[in-house]
Design a protein around this ligand. Sequence first.
Ligand code: UD1
Length: 423
Amino acid sequence: MDAIRIRGCRQLFGTIRVGGAKNAALPILCATLLSDGASRLRNVPGLRDIETTAALLRFLGRDISVDTPEVLVGQTTQAVRPEAPYELVRQMRASVLVLGPLLARYGRAKVSLPGGCAIGARPVDQHLKGLEALGASISVEHGYIVAQANRLKGAEVVFDMPTVGGTENLLMAAALAKGRTTLVNCAREPEIEELGRVLNKMGARVEGAGTAIIHIEGKDELDPFDHAIIADRIEAGTFMAAVGATGGNVLLEHAPLDDLEPVVAKFRQAGLTIEREGEHARIVRADRLKPVDVTTAPHPGFPTDMQAQFMALMTVASGRSVLSETIFENRFMHVPEMQRMGARIEIRNNVAIVEGVKQLSGASVMATDLRASASLVISGLVAEGETVVRRVYHLDRGYEHIETKLADVGADIARIRDESSIP
Ligand code: UD1
């Protein structure tokens, strides 16, 4: 198994290119199921989650060739098996995003319940409630969601809370439903706006994707599409945090600054200079970091997917900061690892109180989920001595060549073979 070895305390200078957005690419890959034709996705990041989604589409019976940054989904030439097995859903919760498209296109779907994951319980009740409102009959049998509908019918769906995946599943299902659907209290993430753009390219009529209320006029059939995926705001934010932690001057190519406003505002408060240069962003940090409080919230609030990386920054700020996590109940698993590196953090329920220290010290740490892994890499970059981050398969789910990108701007970082007995 691989690990990432970092020798810290080097500032970062140069250029990093931001890749395509994982969380936009995953639902868009699932949307290819809505059409029988051949679709082409460009600017797709080379990630394990993309490979898992490709494996799922293959299992369902679609031809798919992944040659990132391009992915081609071939014409349907054989019967599609509308079933997502536990083995694949277990690896990636976003697999549940095939439920809406399969049900809408084939009238039935059997998708494993995702179950819990490291960061919390993450139920899918809102997805199911919404699909039922569109006329599906749904049962849960032997750990599988079993859904059926002759033809989904447009309806009004009011979500109990803004859910990214729930909004996406319903958007895709409604695009092939008969008549008009209105989704209320939708998640407003940029990746949902992006999915709306793709569905419109396919011939659906989606209005309001990216706002709290979305109207969809369903169609009898949808066309294949060719689309280049937007840049990954969380990858961009992660590199901003890295430069913020180490200091330096880095140009982030294709950083989606508009999608990152709540994050950029907090980084600026902490003392980073972030300036737009055409479609790129320049990140500079010269002085010691200032402590800044953060509360995660649905978009356009501060994203939960940036909480751990922001905490890495705050562990070396000049004072006390308070970070509150409101989206997932168990998203502080990076804290004990950061503490082993000398960070001073106290947890009270869903609140972390961070007392900035002058210097972290390198240690052997273990990644527990995707964003936690990124935060430990950032901690390693700013720590004195050597840090080894283990279980990097979490990192590979969501960051393409993070060690190469950071090494190219001057970090002393390398992927090594983890010879320890720890799995
Ligand atoms: C997506 C993102 C993930 C991000 C999260 C929150 C993808 C592939 N993943 O995950 O990176 O951290 O948004 O921004 O885009 N909830 C329910 N019932 C439901 C659905 C959700 O109670 O049916 C709750 C969840 O437990 C959580 C909150 O709603 O507390 C938000 O979850 P949701 O927006 O659905 O997250 P995901 O789509 O799973």
